[in-house]
Design a protein around this ligand. Structure first.
Ligand SMILES: [Zn+2]
Length: 386
């Protein structure tokens, strides 16, 4: 299942047809919304979508019915089958006639919305995918090795399996000392060739963009031995190792790999926040606190957005141009449409940042960010806030 779960290629390469696709984003983050809350949000989005479709011309009755049926299918999936396990956003792509039915559980908050179009709505998804690094996990032994690609916390692709020509067991009992030495020498040579072949092969995967960072797993002595063979580029991308027996179940490997990855990512986030705090404007490239972060966002000036995962803030946003503000104004200052009041504006901020091509990092725990207002950003350029 896990391979299918994060296989986005089918969606990202989808070719539009006559038939329509429903894309439904639903914020299900347990820290922000209850099941009752997101079900009612979904119901009202579905009602609104139906209204719009009925009002629009160009939908014949049968096309309209297929859209409505698809919306009902989504509703019953979310109500009856979906169980939230720490996901932030549920994303469903459903074809109104075709077999297309893809469900993704995303680890980041996105604005709830339903879009009916000839092809899947992927703008937020594409920006989001740029945020995540791919990790190669090489499980290595003297006789065999395997490499997986871990992406978004799941094994996305099984890249390759390798077998060395070294015989698994050599019986030395009846051999003379000299002969034994020769065989051992040969095994040394075989192992040397195996390590070299492995290094070449994973370096090719790296060059093909199959992974950004590398994790090594296996017995400690083997990992140490193999590290001497790693290409210097790969050495620089090695973020950690863990001990593992060769015949371990994938599930265990993933769990241990995810721990190494999580530590690496947390460490990066902490460093980034330290830098942000050191660089707070007007001197440098950092802003902290909701107001200043929104100002930077509206100036298209956010390189990296950071926010505490549990952070909720009220605010207003313009449904037409996307302008976000903390002040209730009569009309949007840019397009004069009425502003909408949101109990939680953070998902709007996240989505707007993603759509500007900013990196977005949710933070689980960090006292410095907490003290600085739970949200902040590293800027693209220095600017003065009012
Ligand atoms: Zn506006």
């Amino acid at each position: 299942m896990s391979n299918e779960l994060f296989n986005f290629d089918k969606i990202l390469t989808y070719l539009p047809t006559e038939e329509l696709v429903v894309s439904a984003y639903l914020l299900v983050d347990g820290g922000r919304v209850t099941k009752k809350g997101y079900l009612s949000e979904l119901n009202s989005m579905i009602a609104k979508t139906k209204e719009n479709i009925e009002a629009a011309s160009g939908f014949d009755k049968s096309k309209q019915k297929r859209i409505f049926d698809t919306l009902e299918k989504i509703k019953s999936y979310v109500g009856d089958l979906f169980k939230n396990e720490n996901e932030k956003t549920l994303l469903i792509y459903a074809g109104t006639k075709s077999e297309l039915w893809q469900v993704y559980k995303l680890p980041i908050i996105l604005k709830s919305k339903i879009i009916v179009d000839p092809k899947p709505h992927t703008q937020s998804l594409r920006s989001l995918l740029h945020n995540y690094k791919k990790y190669g996990v090489l499980l290595i032994d003297r006789e065999k090795a395997q490499i997986y690609q871990v992406y978004l916390g799941e094994i996305k692709e099984y890249l390759a399996a390798y077998i060395s020509e070294v015989p698994p067991k050599v019986n030395f009992r009846f051999e003379s000392g000299l002969r034994e030495k020769k065989i051992l020498g040969k095994i040394g040579e075989k192992l040397h060739q195996f390590y070299r072949m492995l290094n070449d092969s994973i370096f090719d995967f790296f060059k093909e963009g199959k992974f950004d960072y590398l994790v090594l797993a296996g017995r400690k002595d083997i990992i140490n031995e193999f590290q001497n063979y790693l290409h210097s580029y790969l050495s620089a991308m090695l973020i950690g190792t863990f001990e593992e027996e060769p015949a371990t179940h994938q599930h265990t490997i993933l769990e241990k790999a995810n721990k190494v990855i999580k530590d690496f990512e947390n460490n990066n986030i902490n460093q980034l926040i330290n830098k942000l705090i050191d660089e707070l404007e007007p001197r440098g490239f950092g802003v902290a606190g909701l107001k200043k972060t929104i100002d930077a966002l509206m100036a298209d000036n956010i390189k990296t957005l950071v926010y505490m995962e549990d952070y909720i803030a009220r605010g207003y946003s313009c449904p037409v141009c996307g302008h976000i503000t903390l002040k209730l104004l009569e009309k949007c200052p840019y397009c004069e449409n009425p502003l909408v009041n949101f109990n939680d504006i953070v998902d709007e901020i996240v989505e707007s940042a993603l759509n500007q091509g900013s990196e977005v990092l949710p933070v689980n725990e960090n006292d410095k960010l907490k003290d600085a207002g739970k949200i902040g950003a590293v800027l693209r350029y220095k600017f003065e806030t009012k």
